[in-house]
Design a protein around this ligand. Structure first.
Ligand code: AMP
Ligand code: GLY
Length: 420
């Protein structure tokens, strides 16, 4: 089988790595990929926004299954385009991907099927939103409804802060089109957990849960990022939590999407707050988390190609998935300055030595080849994942590898999965 992976991050490198292990996969192409995927696949330099060129590539190269990593092409309808050309693809179509790309749609759907989530209201008019925020005496969260590169959520200390944020988003256009609609909701208290399910339209298969570390600094300080590290399994994911999420969230949502004419096929990511009143949905994403995907792939024992093929063809009830019982952690190494401005093109050394540390896999997140060297090419540069007999052992191995890798101004968190 010929497989195409779309994207260029650590998540896509980890997916490509796992797909390359499948005995079914004869040819693996990544578009555009990175310096890491170049070692296990053929990179083809096509922009992920160029759906026509990607579909042409899939036709020319006789691709049997395409796997989409990032949300943007899914929300922009790449699945619809591929399917109308008779191409098989893993991921939700445009209508189902609205669950991530249009937070107000997700909120409405949750309300309609009584899925537990933060209480809130949707606004398109600044004055209405302002009037609502002014009457709240609780901490509020303001969210741009559209995709805003992970930056569209602002936690506000008080109504005045919320009104300023609303003005930034709705009047000054801080997130452009994405902020024309906003959600103002209550701030939930509790611990955060990410859960993941494969869905083939009908059947739901819940995968292992993971926790990520979103803030840039140790001790959960500083700005939000795409994710600075993750670990799996999570002690927060008890069987009660799994049961509640399945019964109160997944089953009603998957049914509601199907009834809405948008049957969900692909990976559904559920961002949860475990509140004293039970798990409540913070957000849905229509793709794997990054770096949560990397820890999950480290523990997945089955054939990822078979699993994805079954999901894409409505046969998820025919697969079984095994997990390595050992825990895994991922540490992201980022460019100095990330998530703000940073420089690219820094030489990376020590990758070979680090990859030789027992239990470690290194996934490239933003790298580029330069002659026979590898240089940094973005904010999150590398993701170092380790599996071990205990979380402490996995941590030790991951940080041993991290310490062997060098590039100018590299920074990473020292406390991923600390104390577990
Ligand atoms: P989202 O992109 O919606 O997951 O939001 C990003 C982050 O903002 C989440 O991981 C939470 O840490 C936080 N967040 C979002 N919504 C809420 C909420 N209603 N209450 C508290 N924190 C929230
Ligand atoms: N790590 C969070 C995300 O991928 O959305």
């Amino acid at each position: 089988m010929n497989v195409l992976v779309i994207g260029s991050g650590g998540r896509e490198h980890a997916l490509a790595d796992k797909l390359a292990e499948s005995s079914h996969v004869k040819k693996l192409i990544c578009a555009p990929g990175n310096a890491g995927t170049a070692r296990i696949a053929e990179n083809v330099a096509i922009d992920i926004a160029d759906h026509a060129a990607l579909a042409d590539l899939a036709i020319d190269r006789k691709i049997d299954l395409t796997v989409v990593g990032p949300e943007m092409p899914l929300c922009d309808g790449i699945v619809d385009r591929f399917e109308s050309a008779g191409l098989r693809i893993f991921g939700p179509n445009k209508a189902a991907a609205r669950i991530e790309g249009d937070k107000s749609y997700a909120k409405d759907l949750m309300r309609r099927c009584m899925v537990p989530t933060a209480e809130g209201k949707i606004f398109t008019d600044f004055n209405d939103a302002k009037a609502y925020a002014a009457t709240r005496d609780i901490e509020l969260v303001v969210k741009a409804s559209g995709l805003a590169a992970g930056k569209g959520v602002v936690i506000c200390d008080d109504p005045a802060d919320a009104i300023n944020t609303l003005e930034d988003i709705m009047v000054k256009g801080a997130f452009g089109q994405a902020g024309q609609k906003v959600i103002v909701e209550e701030k939930l208290q509790g611990k955060e957990l990410s859960m993941f399910a494969l869905v083939d339209g009908f059947t739901i298969y819940i995968l292992e849960a993971a926790q990520d570390h979103k803030r840039v600094g140790d001790g959960d300080t500083g700005l939000n990022t795409g994710g600075m590290g993750a670990f799996c399994p999570s002690p927060l994911a008890t069987s009660d939590v799994f049961d509640q999420v399945q019964r109160d969230i997944l089953v009603p949502m998957v049914d509601a999407l199907r009834c809405d004419g948008a049957p969900y096929r692909g990976l559904l990511y559920i961002g949860l707050m475990l509140t004293p009143g039970g798990p409540k949905v913070l957000e849905f994403n229509c793709r794997f988390g990054d770096p949560e995907c990397q820890v999950m792939m480290a523990r997945l024992k089955g054939d990822l190609f078979e699993i994805m093929q079954a999901t894409a063809t409505g046969k998820l009830d025919q697969v079984s998935i095994d997990w390595d019982p050992r825990p895994a952690i991922s540490v992201v190494m980022a460019s100095g300055g990330y998530p703000g401005a940073y420089q690219k093109g820094k030489l990376i050394t020590g990758l070979g030595e680090a990859a030789a540390v027992s239990g470690v896999k290194i996934h490239h997140a933003a790298t580029a080849p330069l002659e026979d060297m590898v240089v940094t090419n973005g904010g999150r540069v590398l993701c170092v994942t380790a599996i071990g007999n205990s979380m402490a052992k996995a941590r030790e191995q991951a940080y041993k590898a991290v310490d062997l890798i060098h590039f100018e101004d590299a920074h990473y968190r020292r406390d991923i999965a600390a104390g577990l």
